[in-house]
Design a protein. Structure first.
Length: 163
């Protein structure tokens, strides 16, 4: 009987973050990196189905796998501009309530999250959280995304994806 490998992280990446900004290394290896830093002995095939494959600018466009079972809180922010999901962010937390505050200059500051992701994978993440962590209240996330969709429908209908 094959021994199951112990998963130590809620996020694995298909490459390593470098020391410089937006630098990625070792993307050709079969082994994943824990949070983009430490090489693990885990491969894509070792991950259970509660790890969802994502591709986000917050991972410097590397592929990653985030565990969405066990999520307790989710929060979403968006910017009303002519991009579909490019500058929308979903924040997830496994134990701490996510809060939004203003910093001393009046800019938005999100606290209490473990990971944030942006881009088209937001819908994938939301549907996976609904399936894998059904106790999570996603009303704020869905409301923010619906308001962004309505804004695009009204001002930039060419930016909405065809469904």
């Amino acid at each position: 009987m094959k021994r199951q490998k112990k998963l130590k992280s809620n996020l694995y990446t298909k490459g390593k973050f470098g020391k410089r900004i937006r630098e990625i290394l070792f993307t050709d290896t079969e082994y994943l990196y824990e949070v983009g830093r430490r090489k693990s002995n885990i491969t894509e095939n070792d991950l259970p189905e509660d790890y969802i494959k994502i591709h986000s600018r917050t991972l410097w466009y590397m592929y990653g796998y985030v565990k969405l079972s066990g999520v307790k809180y989710a929060y979403c922010t968006t910017i009303h501009e002519n991009h579909y999901r490019k500058d929308d962010y979903i924040y997830i937390s496994y134990d701490t309530v996510i809060t939004e505050k203003k910093d001393k200059y009046g800019f938005r500051d999100i606290e209490g999250y473990d990971y944030c992701f942006c881009g088209n994978d937001i819908e994938t993440i939301v549907s996976a959280i609904e399936r894998l962590s059904p106790a999570v209240d996603l009303s704020q996330v869905k409301q923010v995304l619906a308001e962004k969709d309505e804004y695009l429908r009204q001002y930039h209908p060419e930016c909405l994806p065809e469904r």
